[in-house]
Design a protein around this ligand. Structure first.
Ligand code: OFO
Length: 164
């Protein structure tokens, strides 16, 4: 059984992962509508990964004998300036999620909940990977540029980053 404070924050994290999934799905749809098929497919796959992050929390909470809760979600944005705007926002969003995970980790330590602390280490590594992934995409955009064939090259490149 999780302590109340830890449980509440873990349930909040379920919501955040669910929102991340919806945000990336919405971004994927915008990219598809612009003919950016590489980015659309990358973001669609990433959206399902976020659902995986949500289910992992869900399962863990229920395994402890506590109750995981499916809460209400805000609708994600669906209009973006350009592909750079999309990926700047993904990067910013992942940094926000990293902060949330760090807060959770700190709470489990303060509450001496070492099992949950240990469980959360997977998220700590995952956040490191994701920030690097999105930062890498932004760096490529700066190097290649989005003018002329640049946009096509970037889109193709992002399409190759789909994690299997
Ligand atoms: Fe993008 O890692 Fe979960 O939220």
């Amino acid at each position: 059984m999780l302590k109340k404070e830890v449980l509440n924050k873990m349930n909040e994290q379920i919501n955040l992962e669910h929102f991340s999934s919806n945000l990336y799905l919405s971004m994927s749809s915008w990219c598809k509508a612009q003919g950016l098929n590489g980015a659309a497919s990358f973001l669609e796959t990433h959206s399902s990964e976020e659902l995986g992050h949500m289910y992992k929390l869900f399962k863990y909470i229920n395994e402890t004998g506590s109750q995981a809760i499916v809460g209400a979600l805000d609708a994600p944005d669906y209009q973006f300036k350009d592909i750079k705007d999309v990926f700047e926002r993904t990067y910013k969003h992942e940094q926000f999620i990293t902060n949330k995970i760090n807060e959770l980790v700190e709470l489990t330590l303060a509450q001496k909940d070492y099992a949950t602390f240990n469980f959360l280490q997977w998220y700590v590594s995952e956040q490191h990977e994701e920030e690097a992934l999105f930062k890498g995409i932004l760096d490529k955009m700066s190097i290649i540029g989005l003018e002329g064939r640049g946009l096509h090259m970037i889109d193709k490149e992002i399409g190759t980053l789909v994690r299997k």
